[in-house]
Design a protein around this ligand. Structure first.
Ligand code: FPP
Length: 230
């Protein structure tokens, strides 16, 4: 969800103003995704690298996460949204941990849209935790580590049980993966949009999905239809 800071600066306002407007874009996007039949939506809200930002900005981002979960949980549940928070929980305070657990528990039965919020998330950290969990189990069960399968690793990730993402959208013109879903995005299509996150809306989401629909996905194989035509 890139571009909150630049969006605010362009209006002569502090970065916190951009993040606040970013929450409105989050609300619009969750609704738009559900309307468009998206089944899984992941929003990268706070990365494990974002701790290096000024203390006030980190405090603002945590405040907005708490505000969003507290204020929107009832409505999200009423709309059938199931919430899962991805990321390392070991560095989070008890108040935010409590909110995360409440949101996940209360929305557990919902099936309209799976909303993942990546918070204190970094893909290398996620992989490290997953590998450690798999290695521990392997040692306990006296198994040969060379028998560890990809499915077992996928099942130890924060996204366990969910399909890999088809589409990764990055706003604000940045063209980097920035430690996001390094395992899961192996075959994802990438769409980079020139829009700052606070301006993101249903039209931008439709545009990204339509770009995605025009792509041919080969998963390392060949495009059989084109091969025949040639
Ligand atoms: C990146 O833009 C944005 C973030 C690091 C924070 C995103 C957080 C929110 C939109 C609000 C909280 C989220 C939820 C789900 C309630 P940037 O600050 O790096 O902007 P810049 O690249 O223009 O400086």
């Amino acid at each position: 969800m890139d571009g909150n800071g630049r969006w605010a600066a362009a209006r002569g306002r502090p970065r916190s103003y951009g993040h606040k407007a970013g929450v409105e874009a989050v609300r619009r996007t969750v609704k738009a995704a559900a309307d468009l039949g998206v089944e899984y939506l992941t929003l990268f809200a706070f990365s494990s690298e974002n701790w290096s930002r000024p203390r006030e900005e980190v405090r603002d981002l945590f405040g907005l996460m708490k505000f969003f979960v507290t204020r929107d949980l009832a409505e999200l549940c009423a709309n059938g949204v199931r919430i899962r928070v991805l990321g390392d929980r070991s560095g989070l305070s008890s108040d935010i941990l409590g909110l995360i657990e409440t949101a996940e528990t209360k929305s557990r039965q919902n099936t309209a849209l799976q909303l993942n919020i990546a918070f204190n998330y970094g893909a290398r950290n996620e992989l490290r935790r997953a590998f450690a969990a798999v290695a521990k189990r392997c040692a306990e069960e006296g198994r040969d580590p060379s028998q560890i399968g990809e499915d077992e690793i996928a099942a130890a990730l924060d996204t366990a049980g969910q399909p890999d993402p088809d589409l990764v959208i990055r706003t604000s013109g940045e063209m980097r993966l920035s430690n996001f879903m390094l395992w899961q995005a192996a075959y994802a299509e990438f769409v980079f949009l020139p829009c700052m996150w606070p301006d993101f809306d249903k039209e931008w989401l439709q545009r990204a999905i339509s770009e995605f629909s025009s792509r041919t996905r080969r998963y390392g194989g060949i495009d059989a239809a084109k091969d025949v035509a040639l």
